[in-house]
Design a protein around this ligand. Structure first.
Ligand SMILES: Cc1cc2nc3c(=O)[nH]c(=O)nc-3n(C[C@H](O)[C@H](O)[C@H](O)COP(=O)(O)OP(=O)(O)OC[C@H]3O[C@@H](n4cnc5c(N)ncnc54)[C@H](O)[C@@H]3O)c2cc1C
Length: 496
């Protein structure tokens, strides 16, 4: 694929002096500067955008994180924090003359307290590793991004990640009690606490989802919840996406909060079925997966109620998992949808926006209508209960123009989300991917407030700069700001 947004290169002298300053404080093997070593860090899950970093630092302790921050602060080097690099919005994409601070070696579970139902973990611990460690106590960590086998808790905190079970159990922000983080000024700050509430302003909530722009997460206390005794899932087919979308709204309107409520359209079902043989109805226009969990009695009652609602909403075939093995099989298609896209298209662009549930049918129809305009197919597989859409735009980057068409298609989907009262930030964050769409979503005064928060945490502006919050020039280029006589308004805001 092409390098979509090349940035100016650094000088060899600058690289050597930054690497030498870091090697003076960290073991030499923890600092990478040869291109063959830094290349693996050149992109995250948004692989259409690539940029090898000047230097990669792999600290092994909080002290070493502080040392990296000190060198970067003294030498005015931008820093990009990185967990597993599974982010889909380019948040961990390097800056050409910057340092990537990888948390790969901060991967220890510090403490697990089964009585308090908490775990204290370093930022590089994988999401699924927390649940694996808690399993012997009958506990688990509820937020479950589909990338949970690889993604880290530091990345989850930075993105406020969600997953299939977040409709019932909440997002990262609802399942993290405390974050310990290092500031660019060299302080270590604790936000939140081990109790359910903490004194002072709720800076924890402001920090979660801040995409690596406010500080480096060095430790996280997460809540653990008891594993439900039983879980069963209904798989229901619909003859139109509109009917499927309306069924989602009806389940919630009936006062049911399923443990998971996911939807896949026909393109997605046909894409995934030959890959994992989940038993999906490939003739249906839409498939809903609705999960109930709890005690056997609770599950039986909720399954019966959901079945009745789905039948009333026009479901055709309905199957209910009768064993754990069958439940996992039904979910395997949903969980493998992204890799399955790679089997039918050289590239895919995963969009991510959240809308009020009642507009699901309208937005899905809108997406189908613009497929022809861009000459690209789009598969929809998403967290329907949360109204969180994941249109997968299928394209081939080797064909002239297809990446640009995919991007324009994605931007139009996000504009549609905003139009119906939704948000472009979704669950994958803004990163570099959606930065222009921020200009469509927010007014200048709101962007000004965001920059105010960033400046309060990061006065020199070195932490993941040019991500997530667009500068005025970007919005002007994007046509979302009035420029009079060549002069931009709001003198106090960053321009570049
Ligand atoms: C196949 C697939 C499925 C996915 N499914 C989901 C899903 O269901 N739900 C969902 O929400 N997301 C999903 N994602 C997106 C992604 O996995 C999440 O955003 C995840 O939280 C990123 O974690 P990471 O460790 O890979 O972080 P990275 O990609 O390395 O970084 C993500 C952001 O966090 C920042 N960051 C990382 N570590 C730190 C730290 N210690 N301190 C400060 N900032 C830090 C980075 O700078 C960057 O801005 C999926 C991705 C893939 C590839």
């Amino acid at each position: 694929m092409t390098l979509a947004r090349p940035q100016p290169a650094f000088s060899a002298a600058r690289q050597q002096s930054v690497a030498a300053a870091l090697r003076a404080l960290l073991p030499p093997a923890s600092i990478l500067s040869d291109l063959e070593d830094t290349r693996p860090y050149e992109c995250d899950g948004l692989s259409a955008y690539r940029q090898p970093p000047m230097v990669v630092a792999l600290p092994q302790s909080e002290q070493e994180v502080l040392a990296v921050l000190k060198v970067c602060r003294d030498m005015q080097v931008p820093i990009v924090p990185r967990g597993a690099g599974t982010g889909l919005s380019g948040g961990a994409m390097p800056i050409a003359d910057g340092v990537v601070l990888s948390t790969a070696r901060l991967n220890r579970i510090v403490r697990l307290d089964a009585y308090a139902r908490t775990a204290v973990v370093q930022p590089g611990v994988r999401n699924l590793a927390i649940s694996d460690a808690a399993a012997p106590y009958g506990l688990y960590y509820a937020p479950d991004p589909s990338s949970q086998i690889a993604c880290t808790i530091g990345g989850n905190v930075a993105e406020n990640s969600g997953g299939v079970h977040c409709l019932k159990y909440g997002l990262t922000v609802h399942n993290v009690l405390r974050v310990r983080m290092a500031t660019i000024e060299g302080d270590v700050v604790e936000l939140g606490g081990e109790a359910l509430d903490a004194p002072g302003l709720d800076l924890l909530a402001a920090f979660i989802g801040s995409e690596g722009m406010l500080g480096i997460v060095t430790e996280v206390t997460v809540k653990l919840v008891p594993k439900p005794a039983v879980a069963r899932v209904i798989m229901a087919s619909f003859d139109s996406v509109v009917a499927g979308g309306n069924a989602v709204a009806r389940v919630i309107a009936a006062g049911i909060i399923p443990a998971g409520l996911e939807m896949m359209d026909q393109t997605s079902a046909c894409m995934v079925e030959p890959f994992v043989q989940a038993g999906y109805d490939t003739g249906a226009a839409a498939i809903l997966l609705c999960e109930a969990d709890g005690t056997p009695e609770e599950v039986e009652e909720e399954i019966a109620r959901m079945k009745a609602v789905l039948e009333g909403a026009g479901a055709g075939a309905i199957q209910v998992s009768s064993s754990e093995q069958e439940r996992m099989r039904f979910w395997s298609g949903r969980k493998n949808a992204f890799p399955a896209a790679g089997r039918i298209s050289p590239d895919y662009y995963c969009m991510d926006g959240t809308i009020p549930r009642k507009h699901l049918a309208r937005v899905l129809t809108g997406i189908a209508e613009v497929e022809g305009k861009y000459g690209l197919r789009c598969a929809n597989v998403f967290h329907a209960g949360d109204g969180n859409l994941h249109p997968l735009i299928l394209f081939d980057a080797n064909q002239p123009d297809e990446l640009q068409r995919a991007e324009a298609f994605g931007a139009e989907i996000l504009a549609l989300c905003v139009e119906v009262g939704g948000t472009i930030t979704g669950e994958h964050g803004v990163g570099i991917e959606k930065i222009d769409s921020m200009c469509a979503q927010f007014k200048v005064a709101e962007l000004e407030a965001f920059f105010g928060v960033k400046r309060a945490f990061d006065p020199p502006g070195l932490l993941n700069p040019n991500k997530a919050i667009p500068t005025l020039n970007r919005c002007a280029e994007f046509g979302k700001m009035r420029v009079t006589g060549g002069v931009l308004p709001h003198a106090g805001l960053p321009r570049f």
